[in-house]
Design a protein around this ligand. Structure first.
Ligand SMILES: Nc1ncnc2c1ncn2[C@@H]1O[C@H](COP(=O)(O)OP(=O)(O)OP(=O)(O)O)[C@@H](O)[C@H]1O
Length: 259
């Protein structure tokens, strides 16, 4: 066994639609090791969400193979191998922030005291200590997104799947959350799969950037980041950062031209 957290080999997914087949993914091969921070970037419709949903066992590939934590994606889903964070925070408005974070733990039948402990712990991790009894509408958009990350962290999965979690936020809030997410990643050592449309966000966060292109959705470039693990926001002005951003942009352009 390779020990990879995610191992995709020749992965393909074709949706049968009324207008004919849609090749959402074609021949995607990628191995993601423990503790990596991998971003997926590409134009709308290139299969980023579909790939994440395959890893999550929510979509069944039509060709190739996929292992998550050494098992089928379906079994990994059953074993609750991952936390999933969506673009919209998706908190239940009638539950408090603590109640929202506790919900998956209730479903998994964690005892009340353990639920309480984990709610407190994850809220502290995302810098929301003390907000347990507030309702989602009492929090800003950025705080709600942090609460949804806390919910995904609550049951200690080693793998976090994040689909454009900060896409709807303004740039200043997004910068702050990017910094916090990096700190959280450094503290927890989790494996991150992160979908984004933003080149600076992908370059700032990732140890590896997967550039995708559409029709059919496939990988057009994989970029290893030479940036150090410690990354103050100012690193975005460094020549190393600008160079990687340039390569991502070129990869996106080449992918669009080939499509
Ligand atoms: N359930 C489905 N049935 C049919 N086609 C689908 C389905 N889900 C996705 N697709 C198609 O598959 C392709 C890839 O979609 P996907 O949502 O993975 O792209 P994406 O890169 O995440 O796009 P975006 O950046 O807009 O979120 C698109 O052409 C989409 O229309």
């Amino acid at each position: 066994m390779s020990g990879a957290v995610v191992e995709a080999e020749g992965l393909g997914l074709t949706f049968a639609t009324g207008d004919g087949p849609v090749h959402a993914l074609k021949d995607v091969s990628l191995s993601i090791g423990k503790g990596e921070f991998v971003s997926f970037i590409g134009p709308s419709g290139c299969g980023k969400t579909t790939f994440l949903r395959c890893v999550a066992g929510l979509e069944a590939p039509t060709s190739g193979s996929l292992r998550v934590n050494g098992m089928s994606a379906d079994n990994a889903r059953r074993a609750r191998a991952y936390g999933y964070v969506f673009q919209a925070a998706g908190l239940y408005p009638w539950r408090t922030i603590g109640g929202n974070i506790a919900l998956p733990l209730e479903i998994m039948k964690y005892p009340a005291a353990e639920r309480q402990r984990r709610v407190r712990e994850t809220l502290a991790l995302v810098d929301l200590a003390g907000f347990e009894n507030k309702y989602p509408w009492q929090l800003s958009g950025g705080m709600q997104q942090r609460a949804s990350i806390a919910r995904a962290l609550g049951f200690d999965a080693d793998l976090l799947l994040m689909d454009e979690p900060f896409g709807a936020l303004d740039e200043i809030v997004r910068d702050r959350l990017n910094e916090e997410l990096l700190a959280l990643w450094a503290r927890t050592g989790k494996t991150m799969l992160f979908v984004t449309h933003s080149i600076p966000e992908a370059v700032y966060l990732s140890t590896r950037i997967v550039v995708m292109s559409p029709r059919p959705g496939r990988i057009s470039d994989v970029i290893e980041s030479p940036l150090p693990k410690e990354r103050p926001l100012e690193i975005r002005d460094s020549s190393a950062f600008i160079e990687i951003a340039h390569r991502v942009r070129e990869g996106l352009r080449a992918g669009m031209e080939a499509a």
